[in-house]
Design a protein around this ligand. Structure first.
Ligand SMILES: Cc1cc2nc3c(=O)[nH]c(=O)nc-3n(C[C@H](O)[C@H](O)[C@H](O)COP(=O)(O)O)c2cc1C
Length: 325
C-alpha cells in the first residue's frame, strides 16, 4: 500500500522503554566491544543508532575460550568467544566514564554463572550511568550441570526476578532460541519484571574438520549468527510478539539483519527496535544505509514514524492445523 503524505518528513526516532532512540537500530552485544573501539571507524557516529549494547559482562574478569573462537559458515558465523571481558568493576569505573552518554543510549549486557552473579553485576550497573540492562540468560548455570538459564522458563524467571530486585533501570531479557517454547519463556520473564525482550540470541551449532576429525571451534560448540538464522529469528519475534505485544512489552528483534528489508520484516513481525550484529562484520556502516532505507519506506507508505508498522503483519484467515509438511 502506498499513500502520499503531506507534512514533515517521517521520523525514524522512537521511544523504547521510555528511552529516546534516535533510530530503531541497536548495535548488538559482542559485535562492538565496549563501544569505544567501534567509534574509531571512519564515518561512524553514535548518533546514527538508537543504542549500543556493550559486550557481555561478568562479576570477575574472564579471558574467554581457547581458539578457534569464530568460524565463518555459509551465510553466517559460529562464535564461542567465552565472554572475554574485564569484569564489571573495570567496566563501571574505567570504561563507562569514557563513553559519551549524550550521543546515544548505552545498554549493559549482564552475564553470570549463578543467579547471585547476575544480581550482583546488575546491582553494580544500577549504580552507574548505564541507560538500560540487558540480561543474557544464555549462560550456563553451573549449579544445574551447565544447562543454560535461558533454556528453562523457571530458571529464566528466577534470573530476571533477582535482577529486578536490585535495579530500577529498564531490564531487557534476551531470549534464547535453543528451547522448545519461547512464548512460555517470554511470559515468565515478563511476569518476573522484564520491561522488554531481545529476540533472539545465537543458535547452537558446530563445525568439524573432517581431515583431522576434530571440532574446529575450541569450545567444540558455538553460537550461529548472521543471515543463516534470519528466518528462525523472524518466526521467534512473531511468536513472542503474540505474548508481549498485548502487554505493551517492546521487543528488540535480531538475527541476521543485513539490510533495510530485513529490518522492516522484523518490525512488521513485532519488533520495536532492530539489532545488528554479524552484519557489522560485512559493513560497519550498515546502520546509515538502513536508517535511510527505513525513512524512504515510511515516506512511501505515508507513515509518520515506525509506530504504525510494529506488529502490522497481516495474517491469512484460519488455515487449519499448522503442519508444514
Ligand atoms: C562474536 C559475537 C559475540 C557475541 N557476544 C555476545 C555477548 O557477549 N552477549 C550476548 O548477549 N550476545 C552476544 N552475541 C550475540 C549477538 O548479540 C546477537 O544476539 C546474535 O549474534 C544475533 O544477531 P546477528 O545475527 O545480527 O549477529 C555475540 C555474537 C557474536 C557474533
Amino acid at each position: 500500500m502506498t499513500t502520499a503524505r503531506n507534512g514533515p518528513p517521517p521520523s525514524i526516532a522512537s521511544s523504547f522503554c521510555g528511552l529516546h532512540f534516535a533510530s530503531p537500530i541497536v548495535l548488538l552485544s559482542g559485535c562492538v566491544g565496549f563501544g569505544e573501539e567501534y567509534t574509531r571507524i571512519e564515518g561512524f557516529s553514535n548518533t546514527d543508532v538508537g543504542g549500543v549494547v556493550l559486550k557481555g559482562t561478568t562479576l570477575e574478569p574472564r579471558l574467554g575460550n581457547p581458539p578457534h573462537r569464530v568460524y565463518e559458515t555459509p551465510m553466517g558465523m559460529l562464535n564461542a568467544i567465552g565472554l572475554q571481558n574485564p569484569g564489571v568493576e573495570h567496566v563501571v569505573s574505567s570504561i563507562l566514564p569514557a563513553l559519551d552518554f549524550g550521543e546515544t543510549r548505552f545498554i549493559a549486557n549482564v552475564c553470570g554463572s549463578t543467579i547471585d552473579d547476575y544480581a550482583e553485576v546488575t546491582r553494580r550497573f544500577d549504580d552507574s550511568p548505564i541507560d538500560a540492562i540487558e540480561i543474557n540468560i544464555s549462560c550456563p548455570n553451573i549449579k544445574e550441570g551447565g544447562v543454560a538459564f535461558g533454556n528453562v522458563p523457571e530458571m529464566s524467571a528466577r534470573v530476571v526476578e533477582a535482577c529486578r530486585k536490585v535495579t530500577g533501570k529498564p531490564i531487557i531479557t534476551k531470549l534464547s532460541p535453543n528451547q522448545t517454547d519461547i512464548q512460555t519463556n517470554a511470559r515468565y520473564c515478563i511476569e518476573a519484571g522484564s520491561d522488554a525482550l531481545a529476540v533472539i540470541n545465537t543458535i547452537m551449532g558446530m563445525a568439524i574438520d573432517a581431515e583431522k576429525r576434530q571440532p574446529i571451534i575450541g569450545n567444540v560448540q558455538g553460537g550461529l549468527s548472521g543471515p543463516a538464522i534470519k528466518p528462525i529469528a523472524l518466526l521467534k519475534v512473531h511468536q513472542v510478539y503474540q505474548v508481549a505485544g498485548p502487554l505493551g512489552i517492546p521487543i528488540i528483534g535480531q538475527g541476521g539483519i543485513c539490510d533495510t528489508n530485513d529490518a522492516l520484516e522484523f518490525i512488521v513481525a513485532g519488533a520495536s527496535a532492530v539489532g545488528i550484529g554479524t552484519g557489522l562484520f560485512y559493513d560497519p556502516l550498515l546502520c546509515r544505509t538502513i536508517n535511510s532505507g527505513i525513512g524512504d519506506y515510511l515516506a512511501r507508505h505515508g507513515l509518520e514514524d515506525i509506530s504504525g508498522l510494529i506488529g502490522s503483519l497481516e495474517l491469512p484467515g484460519p488455515t487449519g492445523a499448522p503442519e508444514v509438511c
